[in-house]
Design a protein around this ligand. Structure first.
Ligand code: GAL
Length: 999
């Protein structure tokens, strides 16, 4: 007999799917402690016996609950988390999965058992007792008082069983066996941790026979007339039933289901999430109605909501919490939604499965457009050329259809849902086309999305992922060719696809330090009507909280990723690719996105003293915003005040004069000054407090370079040379500044590779197939040798020439260092000349690295900040006088990598608490970073706990840095942000720095 675990039948014994509802009918929550043990998968259907001796919490994943962060892996009680992206962690022999040995290791099955107390005289005549599971990963079998009730798959979908026939007065026993691997595993191959269990809530619902089992709200809005058309229908036991409902704000007090009402309404949109609250009534039950009116349609190359084109400024969201995995509590879900709103996100794709239903309530309430995605991914079949892919094979047709039906039924009443997505990365095939057809027939009020339909034949939008900018532009102009991942389209297919709006269901891969290029994407979205926006991949790093069990940072928390649990196959830190860190702190990439997604664009013309404010909302005017000007200079002096701006309608712009600057407040009138204009919330909003900055614009008034004092000639000393406060050894290498030991600057050409430096080759030919990071290592750019060729006094300068080169190669860099003193200050003119054949080599940086005294922990700088910035990620930072400690300077990427670069720096002071230190300045803004560890140590670290503070502070002065891009999964870095020796500009290879001793 085939084990139910190896059968493609989606479920057995389950009740038909229905909408999630907030109901007055009683609910007995079965969340909380259950008795638990592992059960052999081979005996999945064996009658349950006595309960297990362990206790587990529902909801939760059993693998995570069996392993505390500070326990060794061999102490894990119930299996371990495992991470793979595309590849299945099992022998691929679908629909079979391992049934495992008796210890359940090959297929852990969690057996949950508990008692449920019902009244001593439960009504089983007119009440149906329904057992509801919101999510069981991946295969659930249920017994009630020893009777097998049924089974179900569809991990991220609810299932209900009628247990009335077996209900007993008083105490009842429920057993749920949840297998990690089942036939459903083959269609749930999302890029995420493999984790199982009853990870969402469980409840027993005494369902009244005169209640409402299902209901549907269709609330259309006609933008031409401003009227809403409302039809509510209700069902009981699968049959339509007439009920009444009230929506008092709409003047509906005794409305009747099945009838259509025309009412004057404000429509629902992400910008203005207007919900009308009411009650749907049956004799035995009341259901809360939360109605949002909107019309979603495709018109030409655009998606319209209420007649207005939607621009999706979205993120992909997986459910994740570093301790509880995909089990999220209400507060965490709400924190996500509030943070998305603060980051100017207006849309979320629930990659790659229907989320916890409460998340959708929040999207309705706060205002986020949702692409609700079906729990379907078969990506691992791609490794075998999609042979046997469930999208095509008829034996999977039911399973696939069952999933989409359950999603649509559960979520159909959420106004926030604008599109149904059939799933992710499952190629195409008749079974998926059938899902789309069913959905279209069942719910004509929404659009259909599926990226796998590359011909855009059965979907409403042409959707792709990670399209590069040049191709995106071609698509924007409707000039793309008939190419497709699934083969060249026919002329007819191509003609159809060309009519579709274009959506990036994923773009800007946010793995590690990045993504770059966001501003360039936004520019194209704004320029081409057909580009309806995109969803950044992805919201959160799926790190698992662990504690260092040994080593110098013993006891410290860190986040684990693929491979940290001894997995046989894994994809490492590819699961750490979010905009927010596992603890939900926004990364610099998230802040960049917020600036790029900002609904208000502000530009300043400092010469004319005029700010131009563009309202990029589709509906909202600027009444909810206050505009504020701030001006400042390098001394930290500032002046500020309100800007009196007329209300700007959606899509319009306005100009406003900035006040004349009061010199008295702003120090030296000759220094550089900056203007900033901020748009701030006028009142508290549910997602942010009053004063929250929604948008910023800035400009600087250019500097008059300071005069340098009289030159003092450097001199020879017994041990070497001296120029001002700078002391050199006899090879012309800086050893001290005043009293402070400094290690001479060295040329650095590599950086600790960011994830985007590690994953895409620089080009397609053999040697260049290396990634930039691998190239640096292969060539030895991460361990350069320095040789002093010359050190001599020459006129008023100390002239030093060095050669920096990797072992084993002829190429190298000849650097000229010219030191000039002005009183106690010293200036360095540095110029790099690349020798040999550097063609095809992409550099990480053109940098100078110094080692400073460890006590110099405070940094003040005048430049862009406060966050880090890179050449292709500079929208979120502004010119100001900023201050941070070296510790605060570090961005704790889960897998350590290059971080902390601050750009546009005019000067920086690095000093100890008594302000002893150095001030570094240059006429040309430079990049600076400080770190308590060397680049080599940073590059070698795999987790944050591998980093240990060293005896010095490392200072990086960069003449240039490579951009960030998003090549870890997306396109190669845009050429303009690639650093190549042969195309360096004068500024990227030559610079003058000045060093002044402080204190
Ligand atoms: C996409 C996929 C996502 C994720 C991403 C890379 O192809 O849809 O689930 O794997 O790549 O992080």
């Amino acid at each position: 007999m085939v084990s139910p675990l190896q059968d493609t039948t989606p479920w057995q014994g389950a009740l038909p799917p229905r909408a999630t509802a907030t109901s007055s009918a009683p609910q007995i929550s079965l969340d909380g402690p259950w008795a638990f043990r592992l059960h052999p998968a081979r005996d999945i259907d064996a009658a349950p016996g006595a309960p297990g001796h362990d206790t587990i919490q529902v909801p939760g994943h059993f693998q995570l609950q069996g392993l505390e962060p500070d326990k060794r892996l061999d102490e894990a009680k119930w299996g371990l988390p495992a991470y793979t992206n595309v590849i299945y962690p099992l022998p691929v022999d679908p629909p079979r999965v391992p049934l495992g040995d008796i210890h359940g290791q090959a297929n852990p099955v969690g057996e949950y058992q508990r008692t449920v107390t019902v009244p001593d005289d439960p009504d089983t005549e007119t009440t149906r007792w329904v057992l509801r599971f919101e999510g069981a990963d991946s295969h659930l079998t249920v017994w009630w008082n020893g009777h097998r009730v049924g089974h179900s798959t569809g991990s991220r979908l609810p299932v209900e069983f009628d247990v009335t026939p077996w209900l007993r007065p008083g105490e009842n026993t429920v057993v749920a066996r949840v297998a990690q691997w089942s036939a459903a595993t083959w269609i749930e191959d999302q890029d995420q941790w493999w984790l199982s269990g009853l990870f969402r809530s469980v409840a027993l619902l005494p369902r009244p026979s005169d209640g409402i089992d299902d209901h549907r709200v269709v609330a259309d809005y006609d933008p031409a007339t401003g009227t809403g058309h409302l039809t509510v229908t209700a069902e009981r036991a699968g049959e339509p039933v007439e009920c009444t409902y009230a929506l008092p704000e709409l003047g509906l007090h005794e409305a009747v289901t099945g009838q259509t009402y025309t009412v004057q309404v404000t429509p629902w949109s992400a910008e203005r999430p207007t919900l009308y609250q009411g009650v749907l009534r049956a004799p035995g039950e009341e259901i809360r109605l939360s109605v949002g009116f909107r019309r979603v349609e495709v018109s030409g190359h655009q998606v319209l909501a209420n007649g207005e084109p939607v621009l999706f400024l979205g993120v992909n969201r997986h459910e994740w919490h570093p301790r509880t995995g995909r089990t999220l509590d209400a507060a965490t879900m709400e924190a996500d939604v509030r943070l998305m709103k603060r980051l100017n996100v207006n849309a979320v794709r629930t990659s790659h499965y229907p989320p916890h239903p409460y998340f959708l309530d929040l999207c309705d309430r706060y205002g986020l457009w949702v692409i609700d995605e079906c729990d379907l991914e078969t990506h691992g079949f791609e490794l075998d050329g999609w042979q046997g892919n469930p999208g095509t094979d008829p034996k999977w047709a039911d399973a696939l259809l069952n999933r989409v039906q359950r999603m649509v039924h559960r979520d159909k009443n959420h106004p926030s849902i604008i599109m149904w997505s059939m799933g992710n990365e499952s190629d195409t095939g008749p079974n998926i086309a059938a899902m789309a057809q069913w959905t279209r027939d069942n719910d004509p009020t929404r659009l259909i999305h599926y990226e796998g339909d590359q011909a855009a034949a059965y979907v409403d939008v042409f959707s792709q992922m990670y399209t590069g900018l040049p191709q995106l532009e071609r698509i924007g102009k409707v000039e793309e060719g008939p190419e497709s991942r699934q083969g060249e389209l026919t002329t007819e297919q191509h003609e159809v696809r060309r009519t579709r709006p274009y959506l990036l269901c994923e773009y800007a891969h946010a793995m590690g330090n990045g993504p770059g290029d966001l501003a360039q994407y936004r520019e194209l979205f704004d320029r081409y009507e057909r580009l309806i926006g995109g969803f950044v991949w992805e919201w959160i790093d799926h790190g698992i909280l662990r504690r260092a069990l040994s080593g110098p940072n013993k006891g410290q928390e860190f986040y684990a990723y693929g491979g940290d649990f001894g997995e046989e196959l894994h994809d490492g830190n590819f699961v750490i690719d979010g905009l927010i860190f596992p603890d939900r702190t926004p990364s610099p990439g998230a802040l960049e996105m917020a600036a790029v997604y900002s609904p208000i664009a502000i530009s300043i013309d400092p010469d004319q003293r005029v700010a131009t404010v563009s309202n990029r909302y589709r509906e909202l005017d600027t009444t909810h915003l206050d505009f504020h000007w701030i001006a400042g200079d390098e001394t930290g002096a500032r002046a500020e005040g309100p800007l009196n701006l007329e209300v700007i309608a959606a899509g319009d712009q306005a100009q406003v004069d900035l006040p004349a600057l009061p010199d008295a407040n702003l120090g030296e009138p000759t220094g550089e000054r900056w203007w900033r204009v901020e748009a701030r919330l006028v009142t508290d909003r549910p997602w942010a407090d009053r004063g929250h900055v929604v948008a910023r614009g800035e400009a600087s008034i250019s500097t008059t370079p300071k005069a340098t004092g009289p030159v003092s000639t450097p001199r020879r000393t017994g041990a070497g040379f001296q120029a001002g406060a700078a002391v050199f050894d006899d090879r012309g290498q800086l050893v001290r500044l005043g009293e402070h030991a400094i290690t001479a600057p060295r040329v650095e050409l590599a950086r600790a590779p960011i994830d985007n430096d590690r994953r895409s080759p620089v080009a397609d030919d053999a040697w260049h197939r290396l990634t930039p990071g691998a190239q640096w290592h292969e060539l030895g750019l991460d361990r350069l040798h320095d040789e002093v060729l010359e050190a001599q006094l020459s006129g008023s300068q100390l002239r030093v020439v060095t050669r920096t080169a990797p072992a084993g190669r002829q190429l190298g860099v000849r650097t000229s260092w010219q030191w000039t003193a002005y009183g106690s200050s010293v200036e360095l003119d540095v110029a790099l000349d690349f020798e040999g054949d550097w063609r095809g080599i992409e550099l990480g940086r053109i940098g100078l690295t110094f080692a400073l005294p460890r006590s110099w922990q405070q940094v003040t700088w005048f430049g862009l900040g406060p966050g880090e910035s890179y050449p292709d990620s500079r929208t979120a930072v502004w010119l100001d006088r900023h201050q941070l400690s070296v510790a605060q300077w570090q961005t704790p990427y889960v897998r350590p990598q290059e971080n902390g670069n601050r750009s546009g720096v005019r000067w920086a002071e690095v000093a100890d608490h008594q302000h002893h230190g150095v001030r570094i300045s240059s006429d040309i803004p430079f990049d600076i970073a400080l770190a308590p560890w060397s680049t080599a140590a940073l590059a070698a670290a795999e987790h944050t706990i591998d980093l240990v503070g060293e005896d010095q502070v490392w200072l990086h002065l960069d003449l240039a840095q490579r951009g960030l891009g998003s090549a870890a999964c997306g396109p190669r870095l845009s050429e303009e942000f690639v650093l190549r020796a042969e195309t360096l500009t004068e500024q990227q290879r030559r610079r003058r720095f000045r060093f002044d001793l402080l204190g």
